[in-house]
Design a protein around this ligand. Sequence first.
Ligand code: PLP
Length: 266
Amino acid sequence: MAEEVNAFPQTLTIAGTDSGGGAGVMADLKTMQERHVFSTAVIVAVTAQNTLGVQDFMALPKKLIDEQFASLADDLAIKACKTGMLADAEHVRIVADNLRKYDFGPLTVDPVMIAKGGAALLADDAIEVVKEELLPLATIVTPNLPEAERLTGMTIATPDDTKLAAQQLQAAGAKNVIIKGGHGDTDTVSDYVLLADGHDFWLSSPRVDTVRTHGTGDTLSSCMTAELAKGHDIETAIRTAKDFVEAAIKNTIQVGHGHGPLNHWA
Ligand code: PLP
């Protein structure tokens, strides 16, 4: 097929759905749409969810996941992809196998573990598999503080701990790392970035006092993916995504009774 018919920037999210529309694949597709790329999805799991929490979920059978990957590889020209909720060790392996099989461009790994309401979206025994199979494929990994602690086995209490954790994630194979500070309790949210070439910096923004932050991590990682698909470098993609999420939290919309969604068109 001639390459020019497939020239428009195309992205892929490999993740779980959120019936409530605020997180997961739904947040990814909305974000990618806002960033003017064409978005596609491989659904790994389906959740029954609203702003109050995750009521139930089920991961899809391997055959159907493999077929979704094959369908995309047969026709589209995906330029960047991301992973989100992957449910359990078996599904992390299925996704890693497919990512080794097909070239979908730079990979953003959002190591989704626990939803804001407390539901586990990744089984404990999958964490080792994420480290061994997914991090070596990652262009960038985007853990929040609790996720970085689980992935490294460290307790992160100081900025120096954060830096050390990022170095460990890089040693585990992720080329670039952002450790998100949103789960801390300071007035300023500081994210730490360690790039492949060793260059590092902090991105800080004032904490917004709101419970309407559902899907923040998904929005950040899918915005990065969109920018990478457009050909931007990793630092530009990170800075654009941080600004996008900040605006989406500040201009939040009134949806649901609990952890409401971001405003993706802010
Ligand atoms: N549901 C799904 C399917 C997700 O992928 C995620 C986050 O990645 C969440 C829920 C959790 O979102 P939050 O922790 O922002 O509530």
